[in-house]
Design a protein around this ligand. Sequence first.
Ligand code: PMV
Length: 310
Amino acid sequence: VPVAVGRAGAKAILLGEHAVVYGRPAIAIPVRALGVEAHARPTDGPARLSSSLYHGPITRAPERLAVTLTAMSAALAAAGREDLALDIAIESSVPAERGLGSSAAVSAAVIEATLGACGIRVDDERMHELIQTAERAAHGSPSGLDARTVRARAAVWFDGGRIEPVTVGRDLTFVIADSGVRGRTREAVTAVAERRRADPTGIEAALDELGGLATALREQVSAGARDDIGHAMSRAHTLLNGMGVGDPALDHLVHAATSAGALGAKLTGGGRGGCVLALAADAGAAVELSQRLTRAGAAAVWTTTVEGAA
Ligand code: PMV
């Protein structure tokens, strides 16, 4: 029986995390250096799962693999093949709980592989719905930004649940630095909701400002205005801190990045841990920036370039 393969990549939110939960727009970028590959093969024996976290029958898989299992079941149901037992193997270089979309990427890869093993393909919208089903098992009510971006090839504008490509005027090289602290997206989303109940005016003002920054950023990206992009990122970091989703380890890396010459830096993803995204002045400066972030204590660093038209 041929093995069916599914693939998806990591993502980073350039601007708009949390604000998207309240209907504001966001811009996200695929991170090609990190990805997930899933292999699915029908088996005569009991369904099995193998990944870095677990190796064995799916009936005994630990709770933290709920997203993977939900992804597989949703895809089998979509194919009308709930009867089919699969042997699924997952390889991922996307660190979990770092705001890089690992749950959406694993879900997307598992769903694609599962559908492939059933011999069916679905359209983009159906695929999105299936990933969202798995994402809901991960964090309750996901905006859909991760589910869309892990399958995108270039920077995306996300608004009202849909994506559009973003025109990129000049190459943008980012360094992503992992604080090593587990990001707690669900907790962070809850914290923002609580603050919004306690201080609706203050939080709405921050959400509006983030929405305005994202809208302006789209133009800045298309114009290749790197300094403006950097300023917007740093301002977003301050606003996110004010919303209660920061972390001292993130602030430390943001300061290290800006003092090493980054044009701007911010937390990316849910926050309260996870990663910092920093914009380098150019590709050469990114090398020095990565080294400085490593020396500042980053658990890992990755560089990703969003290619511009010129
Ligand atoms: O931490 P991540 O990679 O799951 O990103 C979460 C992004 C949020 O805007 C905080 C939540 C969402 O559903 O979009």
